[in-house]
Ligand binder design. Structure first.
Ligand SMILES: [Zn+2]
Length: 255
């Protein structure tokens, strides 16, 4: 682990009693959060508190790596990869010969995982007419994932375009149209409830915003070894560029 402190990063490991020192029943037990600790090599509590402070955040020490072809692994692809998509979309749009009719604003929101807090603020400040949300979605093409429960989506199958109560049907249709025009593969995902994405906040910002969601297929969400296909990420950027170019003046006003 890496603990981010005022004096720079401090390294540590999540220690666990060796299997030799466990009773049979303990070996099968998954530790509770209060049974896990980070060992930073300190001799005492006093020494530990000289190096770190209460409340310092810790992250897994695992960096990006390509494992095969365009398939990469990293921690927190969810949702660094989404921030990449919106930033890259702006760069590509700035290189287009023709200016878009729409003013395009990219936002990297904070604290989505703990209550879409960044999106509440930015939805209010940006006051958009139409919004695209990019997040990661579950690729269910691996062992031990019941497709009857979680649907059939795969890594490398292209962006997942979502449908459901958080999503404007008009935006969904425009995204599908853009994917078809680009001739890129895409997958449709049904999201029957409030989604776990920023769309939940942006859809109801101010007087309401026509919102769409595009998910990048990802395996092993919220583990330190998330996996994405970079081809899907690139297709997502292309989809966002194409969608943005297609927005005409007055679109989505009476969504
Ligand atoms: Zn997440």
């Amino acid at each position: 682990m890496v603990i981010q402190t005022a004096n720079g990063p401090v390294k540590g490991v999540t220690g666990k009693r060796a299997i030799h020192l466990m009773e049979e029943a303990d070996r099968k037990k998954v530790p509770e959060i209060h049974e896990i600790w980070i060992d930073i090599g300190a001799q005492s509590k006093k020494e530990a508190l000289e190096r770190i402070s209460i409340g310092d955040a810790a992250t897994y020490d695992h960096e990006f790596e390509l494992i095969h072809g365009s398939i990469g692994t990293a921690r927190a692809f969810d949702n660094k990869v989404g921030a990449y998509v919106v930033g890259e979309t702006l760069i590509r749009l700035s290189r287009e010969p023709k200016r878009t009719a729409a003013k395009v604003v990219a936002v990297a929101t904070s604290q989505e995982e703990i209550g879409v807090r960044g999106a509440i603020g930015s939805g209010y400040s940006v006051d958009p007419q139409v919004a695209l949300v990019v997040d990661v979605g579950h690729a269910t093409d691996h062992p031990d994932c019941d497709n009857r429960k979680y649907g059939e989506t795969k890594l490398g199958g292209g962006p997942m375009i979502c449908r459901g109560p958080n999503i404007s049907p008009k935006v969904f249709d425009a995204l599908v149209k853009a994917a078809k025009k680009l001739k890129i593969p895409y997958q449709v995902e049904g999201d029957p409830r409030a989604t776990g994405t920023d769309a939940r906040a942006i859809q109801v910002a101010r007087g309401g915003v026509a919102t769409g969601i595009v998910s990048i297929p990802l395996r092993y969400m919220h583990t330190p070894s998330e996996v994405v296909d970079l081809e899907d990420v690139e297709r997502c950027v292309k989809l966002f560029v194409e969608f943005s170019k297609g927005v005409a003046k007055g679109d989505y006003r009476n969504w």
